[in-house]
Design a protein around this ligand. Structure first.
Ligand code: GDP
Ligand code: MG
Length: 444
């Protein structure tokens, strides 16, 4: 198991609070951990170097968002840079060319070219109603052409009939003619791979390319490819010129480092990801998910973003102190309700925090919803200042008056008082709890 970057940065940077900007020293300490996390995620060394250099440039002197700790700020900068590097926009397979549009699949042996050819063919047939022909140019492995034929049968996609004795370029020529004459929209050329990059393979790919003139050349690569990813992507791109990348076995336990390496080196978009052996296990690529996977930090980034938008730092710090001291009066409850409304309800905020599911359930059990929040604010604002700081002062006669003043009834007020007691207890335990997310988030 790996330690998440969040945990690592936490131990380094949680001590640093109340600063206005990230210092060179803070950033260097944090980037050492970032570097380790990236290397453990199998990002290639040269990519790690240029990546951390870019983050350093942006981070030193960056203003720390109010209510966020320096460590969280660095995580956010790293995450943003990861997403920017991986490509913020989803790039689909480009079929904008005269029919038949040829897609050539390249990559090492066993990377998933044949499987992915079948998946893409199925997707284009079903979702875009394209007429697709697949052809295997793999004359190296005896069963390769048969493998594609079987996939075609399974998915209902046509495959070029096999003629024994033809070489890859001859098959490509025949496939192009068959696609043209048969009125196909798309032709997928599945090529042979090798166990490693070598000159004969590159020469064969270049020759097929010049004959078939493909509109898309997709490099299919196993997401578990480690440090070799850079060399792999660079070789194929320089020699053959790829138009995009398909990352396979993303369902495995790889941490996505290959995605970053290949994208950084080629600048070519990751168009799709393979997430299983089945023919529908193909998905669009979401940079942010891979970035989270690389950093191993769950939804902390969106939490930081939400907090950055909504929480006023001083109020939050004061609230954290209150929580820890266990003092939590009606004024605090009103503040808290106001913030809950801003954050899209308590459920919305807590849903983002790791380990807060249980507290959220307690809140739900206490019957807090957004409609109720409004009514509760009305009740609190009908109380006197004394009553707000000490709700035990409220006698039945006052409850009735407040109910009348706020358009509610006495049972609503009793419910609110009960909720206040429950929340005060809950806040106390969360605030005191070792490593409680709420306390950390709020700068306590
Ligand atoms: P090729 O040599 O590049 O054509 O690779 P294949 O398409 O024959 O795939 C090799 C193996 O990887 C097969 O057993 C596939 O089922 C498997 N495979 C391909 N893509 C994926 C994927 O996204 N996830 C998983 N788990 N297995 C995959
Ligand atoms: Mg194959």
């Amino acid at each position: 198991m790996f330690e998440s970057l969040q945990d690592r940065l936490g131990s380094i940077l949680n001590g640093l609070t109340g600063r206005g900007a990230l210092s060179d020293k803070d950033v260097s300490a944090a980037l050492r951990e970032v570097r380790r996390a990236l290397l453990e995620a199998d990002v290639a060394l040269e990519v790690v170097r240029s990546f951390t250099d870019r983050v350093r440039e942006k981070a030193v002197g960056a203003e720390i968002l109010k209510s966020i700790k320096p460590g969280q700020m660095v995580v956010k900068l790293v995450h943003d840079e990861l997403v920017a590097t991986l490509g913020t926009e989803q790039v689909a397979i480009d079929l904008n060319a005269p029919s038949p549009v040829t897609i050539m699949m390249v990559g090492l042996q066993g990377s998933g070219k044949t499987t992915t050819s079948g998946k893409i063919a199925k997707r284009l047939t079903e979702r875009q109603r394209k007429k697709v022909l697949m052809a295997s140019l793999d004359t190296r492995r005896p069963a390769a052409q048969e493998q594609l034929r079987v996939l075609g049968e399974q998915t209902g996609v046509a495959t070029l009939p096999v003629i024994a004795g033809q070489g890859p370029v001859e098959i490509a020529t025949r496939a192009e003619q068959a696609a043209r004459l048969g009125g196909y929209d798309v032709l997928i050329l599945d090529t042979a791979g090798r166990t490693h990059i070598d000159e004969p393979l590159m020469a064969e790919m270049a020759e097929i390319k010049s004959r078939a003139n493909p509109h898309e050349i997709l490099l299919v690569a196993d997401s578990l490819t480690g440090q070799d990813a850079v060399n792999l992507a660079r070789s194929f791109d320089e020699r053959v010129g790829i138009t995009g990348i398909v990352l396979t076995r993303v369902d495995g336990d790889g941490r996505g480092g290959a995605a970053l390496s290949m994208r950084a080196v080629t600048g070519k978009p990751i168009k799709l990801i393979g997430v299983g052996e089945k023919m529908d296990a193909l998905e669009e690529f979401h940079p942010s998910r891979i970035a989270d996977r690389i950093l191993g930090m769950g939804d902390i980034v969106s939490l930081v973003e939400k907090a950055a938008e909504n929480i006023d730092a001083e109020k939050a710090a004061a609230m954290a102190r209150k929580m820890q001291s266990g003092k939590f009066d009606m004024n605090d409850l009103a503040d808290q309700i106001g913030q809950m409304q801003k954050m899209g309800g308590m459920g919305g905020l807590m849903g983002l925090m790791p380990g807060m599911g249980k507290v959220r359930d307690q809140v739900a059990a206490a019957g807090i919803d957004d409609r109720l929040l409004k009514r509760q604010l009305a009740i609190i604002s009908s109380m006197t200042a004394k009553e707000r700081s000490n709700p035990d002062l409220l006698k039945n006669s006052r409850k009735k008056r407040i109910a009348a003043g706020s358009g509610t009834d006495a049972s609503d007020i009793n419910k609110l008082l009960k909720m206040h007691r429950q929340m005060a207890d809950m806040m106390k335990s969360v605030g005191k709890g070792k490593g409680g997310m709420m306390g950390k988030l709020m700068g306590g």
